[in-house]
Each structure stands twice: as C-alpha cells, then as structure tokens.
Design a binder for this molecule. Structure first.
Ligand SMILES: [Zn+2]
Length: 304
C-alpha cells in the first residue's frame, strides 16, 4: 500500500509527506512510534514506509517518491511474505510476547537478505509486558544500521518511558478524509455506470463529455475540473475493490452511497475494477504532464 493509497483511505496526508521526505533523504530515525486511535491507518502507513524504502521501481521524484505498489518487493511486502519486512502481532493470548521480540532482535543483527533496510513493525506494541519491552529496549538503544523499528500503538503510555524516549513519536489523528465533492462523485458514478452498460465506442465517448462538465464552485480550469472527476472515480473504484475483496467495509470512503457502490461492484469487481483503477491513475498522470483534457477523457472512457 503506497503512501498515495494510505492517504486516500485514511487521510494522514501530512504524516505521509513527512515520511516520504524522510525516506527519500535517507533520514528516517531507526525507531519510531506511530500512536493514535484505532482506525487511523497506522499499520497501513508502516507498510507504506517498508514499501517506499524497498520498492524496486518507485514512482514520483525526490521528496514525493512513493512505492509503485506492484513490483516484486511491494507485492511481497503487501502479502506479508517479504523476508526482511516483519510484522509482529499479538499472540493468541493477546500479547506481543518476549519470544517474538527476541526473534526479531536476533534477526535485526544480521544484514537484510534482499531489502535496502529491514523494517520491523510491532503492531499493538502496548500489549508487550515489561520483560518483552526490556528485550526490545536493548536493540532500540543500539539500533543496527540496516533495521528500522516501527511500534504501532493506540496506548503509547503503556510503553516504558525508556522505550518512549528512544522512539520519536508520530501522532495520528482519527482518519479524516478529503471532503467529498458530491457533484464530482455523481458524474464519476454516472460515467462508470455508462461504461459498464455499453461497449459501443460512440456512446462511451458521449459519456466522456460529462467528465468535462463544469461542477463545483467554479473558477477551476478544465484540467482541474477533469482531475476532480477522476479523483472521485478513483475513490469509487477503490471502494469497489474493498467490497469485491470482502475487506472491512469500515474503510469505505463513499459509504454514504453504498447502494451505488454495490451496483458498481457487480460490473467492476475483480480484474475489471483493477484495470479501470489503473486507467484512471494513468489518466491523472497524463493530466499532470499537460496532455489535452479531451484526449485524456476520451481515452479513459474507452479503457474503463
Ligand atoms: Zn514497488
């Protein structure tokens, strides 16, 4: 999950930018605490950090560098099978236990197998009892240069003061999403429905005109206008993906139009949705590069 996806799902734009910048400048501290309420996207952000460090084909440049989300390294990290990216979770008793900590501390002493830097995420770090925290403290005091520890917690005060003092803390707010532009969303939804209804190129090109329609408070350029419609479309397609994979519906950005989402999921669930999402992404990138707005809109409706 690249930073871009974390932001569209959870907000946290400021923290994502900070982390992206730190990674790009190779200035990330060796240990960090991510603290905040449940459902703030902390664990996803930790995965984004691991991907952005180890992506084989990063996108964007300099401080805006982000993981591609699709290379071998990114996909293995996302699936939890990368040998150098470890996510430690509470055991069946609900605690991250001392054996788990000893295991990752031992591993941290070796060079990564293939990663640039090993990333060890300890989820629900506050469930560690004192001895486990003390075992972890040893490695936090002398962090091996090739490893980064991220402690994710909703209750940072349960961590020993000595642990807290070793790890700069990033505070996450409850997920705040970009305000939804309802007009833009209505247009995006209609264009998707139209694309689902017909393969006829002419009728689809008609739908492209809607993408160029004026909405919102005005004062936008055609380019900004189209971009806002495409962003709304991307958010809808992301929700469709959530629904079609049976993921937790709490993360839906457009939960208020659930019946529409369910309808779209019938057409865009699975491969087609992923391809459509990629097409929207490509269209947004083309707009950034100053491609003509009509060309981009026409191309997109033919590729949904
Ligand atoms: Zn990648």
């Amino acid at each position: 999950m690249p930073y871009g996806d974390v932001v569209s799902r959870w907000g946290q734009r400021r923290l994502a930018a900070l982390l992206a910048r730190s990674v790009a400048r190779d200035a990330l501290p060796p240990s960090l605490i991510f603290s905040g309420p449940a459902g703030a996207g902390m664990r996803d952000m930790a995965v984004a950090v691991a991907q952005s460090i180890n992506c084989l084909t990063p996108t964007g440049e300099d401080d805006a560098r982000d993981a591609c989300g699709t290379c071998a390294s990114c996909t293995r990290i996302a699936r939890g099978v990368h040998p150098d990216v470890v996510i430690v979770e509470p055991d069946e008793k609900g605690r991250v236990n001392i054996e788990q900590i000893r295991n990752v501390v031992d591993r941290a002493g070796f060079r990564p197998f293939e990663a640039r830097r090993r990333v060890i995420v300890i989820d629900d770090a506050d469930t560690m009892l004192g001895p486990a925290q003390s075992a972890l403290l040893k490695v936090l005091e002398e962090p091996p240069p090739s490893s980064i520890f991220i402690l994710v917690t909703t209750r940072p005060d349960m961590l020993l003061p000595t642990v807290q003092s070793r790890c700069p803390r990033l505070r996450f707010q409850a997920a705040e999403r970009e305000p939804i532009d309802e007009e833009a969303r209505a247009i995006a939804r209609d264009v998707l429905a139209q694309a689902a209804a017909t393969d006829d190129a002419g009728r689809r090109i008609d739908a492209a005109k809607d993408l160029l329609a004026k909405t919102g408070a005005g004062g936008r350029t055609d380019r900004e206008q189209l971009a806002s419609h495409l962003q709304a479309m991307a958010a809808l397609l992301r929700d469709v993906e959530v629904l079609s994979t049976g993921a937790n519906a709490e993360v839906l950005a457009n939960a208020d139009v659930r019946p529409d989402l369910d309808r779209l999921t019938k057409s865009f669930g699975g491969d087609r949705g992923v391809r459509a999402f990629a097409a929207v992404d490509t269209a947004l990138a083309a707009l950034d590069r100053n491609a003509g707005v009509k060309v981009v809109a026409d191309w997109l409706v033919l590729n949904l």
